[in-house]
Design a protein around this ligand. Structure first.
Ligand SMILES: [Zn+2]
Length: 81
């Protein structure tokens, strides 16, 4: 079984033998589905083609991004030290 991930919004779904019929997030009118229709991936497939490098943005602030990606990154800060 796999935990399928929607390629458009990145939502990961509970383990199943087949990809879900649709992604409820992308089915919402405020979201979209790509011109090639609903596409799914898995963590194993993403690990083969992507990395998540950590970058020290400044002291106690670490950036985490995905490459290749949409140039988005998450920030993790250490507080209280
Ligand atoms: Zn989706």
């Amino acid at each position: 079984m796999e935990n399928y991930i929607c390629e458009t919004c990145g939502t990961q779904y509970p383990a199943s033998y087949r990809p879900p019929e649709s992604c409820p997030i992308c089915d919402d009118d405020r979201q979209y589905i790509g011109s090639q229709g609903q596409k799914w991936t898995t963590m194993a497939a993403l690990r083969a083609t992507h990395t998540n490098p950590l970058k020290e943005e400044e002291p106690s602030l670490t950036g985490i991004g995905s490459e290749p990606g949409r140039h988005e990154r998450r920030l993790a800060s250490r507080v209280g030290f």
